[in-house]
Write a protein that binds this ligand. Structure first.
Ligand code: KG4
Ligand code: ZN
Length: 374
């Protein structure tokens, strides 16, 4: 049986797309180690986005500890929602809907967000909608944060190639609308963000390592170490980063024995920067290579949508920009604040999903799914 939410009689039933343009949606995101809430207007304009990162809680473990993450979400979710509503200059009673990221992610963390979303939706008498976190990452580049409108809109961007690069995903899609996409290729082992974080850990850099590798790579020599660029089978659109990670490990630790013996590498600042630059060169090159292949397989896509934490990487952003210019693609890169996990992308995509369903949401039996994303 589906439990339904009572309808808020104060909120008028939407009649037309122009009515949808004035709708305010609260987004909630707790899939991993960021507790986030945001308010969007019309599914595109970000009125507020508040993100409380838990990095300091997980740093000593060099990775996210699920139980610590869900406890921290439980402590923080109410103040974060309150702050997002305040920063948007609205009241809770002004909301037209609540969108919550309910898949994929850490189950205990997701459940905190889903429970909070139900509480607000029930209390305000507005619809609640569950949103796929990975799909939402691709939507982030179509949102307006600040005064400058996005280059592309949901009505001009499709069909598109989609690239999600994060701590948990490295996936290429063919995208036909903000809510419809099919997977063309994905990683067969580590996600690219995970590889960044593991290499950073090998170098003794603080967690999460991706941004630190990015910064150090700027002063390093990318040609110093010839790390492998994974191609996999001819024409494959899948990714693999474990070989690259192992190559970095052996370069650092050295190789014992007679054949190809190499001494360990001393971790001087210059050597560390060169490792970062060479690793990043190989990782980003592998991504661009697969995008080239994906475009050959889907030549009607004239747009490239990108999203996920690793789209904050300066080298990847530059290479994506160059690739798009070379192949005459319109490029959607999220604003820096919308690359990593945030709730604005959840609210924005939630708005689209609701609009498709004449503003009727999920029931109160909405639950969380740790896996099974698009
Ligand atoms: O999207 P996200 O916040 O969470 C997931 O859905 O996984 O992505 C987090 C990942 C982490 O692996 C982090 O190290 C990486 O994004 N990341 C970066 C940069 N900023 C964040 N990786 C490389 N360069 C960056 N500037
Ligand atoms: Zn994410």
């Amino acid at each position: 049986m589906t439990a339904t939410l009572p309808h808020n009689s104060a909120a008028p039933s939407p009649a037309s797309p122009s009515d949808f343009a004035n709708r305010l949606v609260l987004g909630i995101e707790t899939s991993c180690d960021e507790t986030a809430a945001a308010v969007t207007l019309g599914g595109t304009r970000v009125l507020s986005t508040v993100v409380a990162s838990q990095h300091e809680l997980h740093a000593e473990y060099r990775g996210v500890v699920p139980e610590i993450a869900s406890r921290a979400h439980a402590e923080r979710i109410v103040p974060i929602i309150t702050e997002a509503v305040r920063a948007a200059g609205i009241r809770l009673t002004d909301l037209h809907a609540v969108a919550v990221g309910n898949r994929p992610g850490l189950i205990g963390s997701l459940l905190v967000g889903v429970s909070a979303g139900k509480a607000v939706a029930l209390g305000m008498g507005v619809p609640l909608i569950g949103v796929d976190h990975v799909q939402a990452h691709l939507y982030a580049g179509l949102m307006q944060l600040g005064d400058a409108p996005p280059l592309l809109t949901a009505s001009t961007a499709f069909p598109a190639l989609g690239l999600v690069v994060s701590g948990g995903h490295t996936t290429v899609y063919r995208v036909s609308s903000p809510t419809a996409m099919s997977r063309l290729g994905w990683t067969i082992d580590d996600a690219i963000g995970e590889a960044y974080d593991k290499v950073a850990a090998m170098l003794g850099l603080p967690f999460p390592g991706g941004p630190n590798v990015d910064t150090l790579a700027r002063t390093g020599n990318a040609a110093r170490f010839n790390f492998p660029i994974s191609r996999l089978d001819k024409g494959s659109l899948n990714f693999s980063f474990s070989g690259l990670k192992t190559a970095v490990l052996y370069t650092l630790k050295g190789i014992p024995g007679e054949l190809e013996a190499r001494p360990p590498l001393e971790l001087t600042p210059a050597n560390t920067a060169d490792i970062c630059a060479s690793f990043q060169h190989a990782a980003v090159k592998a991504v661009i290579l697969k995008l080239e292949r994906a475009l050959e397989a889907s030549p009607d896509c004239r747009t490239l949508l990108t999203g996920g934490g690793v789209t904050a990487n300066s080298h990847l952003r530059a290479e994506l920009t160059a690739f798009a210019a070379r192949r005459k693609l319109a490029l959607s890169l999220p604003a820096m604040a919308l690359c990593v996990d945030n709730a604005a992308m959840i609210a924005g995509l939630g708005h689209h999903l609701l609009a498709q369903r004449s503003w009727s949401g999920d029931g109160l039996d909405l639950t969380a799914f740790p896996s099974g994303s698009v």
